[in-house]
Design a protein around this ligand. Sequence first.
Ligand code: HEM
Ligand code: HEM
Length: 228
Amino acid sequence: MTANDFASTQSDSQDTAARRVLVWDALVRLFHWSLVGAFATAWLTAEDIQPVHQLAGYAVAGLVGFRVLWGLVGSRYARFTQFVRGPVRTASYIRKMVTGRERRYLGHNPAGAAMVVAILVTLSGTAFTGWLLESPDRAAATVGQMQITASAFADDNGSEAEAGTTGSPERRVGGPLKEVHETLANLMLLLVALHIGGVALASFRHRENLVRAMLTGRKRPPAPGDIS
Ligand code: HEM
Ligand code: HEM
């Protein structure tokens, strides 16, 4: 009995489990689940526990920084050049997805890839505006003009209390910058919901558990017609 004959006598699932290929390296997996934890912590502490909120926000920023670097020098399926596609290919993939004709990708599919980029960009903006919000001086230094920032921190009525310019230095925040920070954070919620929906849909369509793949790193080997 040859090795191939022996393999064909195994059940499909055993066979597939043994042949699963490594797609997500350990650092991508660690990055992903740490990001989920840090993002959730930043969200849950935003209103009440500022020190924890800021720490979690910085953790998110650090993780995003790491991922950008890893997207340039990381393992095959971690690299942006492997999965980021232009708008035409992404739109074509989404059209096929709608009609149920999309192919299976071993790495990120074009729609998932666009979502990864959107998440990384939005998280960078959220962390950056949070960092500016922490101290009006920072915003001033960034804009380079104290007066522009001062007016940005004032509200329409010019009321100090309502503009949030009274109280301890940490609380001297408010106005448009806070709104931008919150809007980006809310946009993240929408992206995460779409992300989880996309993961569920792709798992269902291609009959594979993508959440498990993000835990173990391994996926079913590519079949003819799949894109690896
Ligand atoms: C508990 C809920 C979540 C689940 C089950 C989940 C699951 C997954 C899975 C399965 C993938 C791989 C997708 C693929 O096969 O192409 C993935 C990728 C990704 N997810 Fe999530 N996710 C969750 C929450 C989040 C959250 C909250 C964020 C952002 C704050 C996030 C950001 C990302 C990013 C950036 C990637 C790309 C991974 C990489 O290439 O580094 N995910 N997620
Ligand atoms: C990237 C992840 C982050 C998320 C998802 C996030 C989310 C939020 C949300 C939803 C709020 C509104 C809370 C409310 O309703 O009052 C908020 C407020 C705030 N965040 Fe963040 N944030 C993040 C990062 C940061 C960072 C890195 C900092 C600073 C170092 C920061 C500083 C602040 C400050 C100062 C406020 C205003 C608090 C107040 O005056 O009520 N955030 N954030």
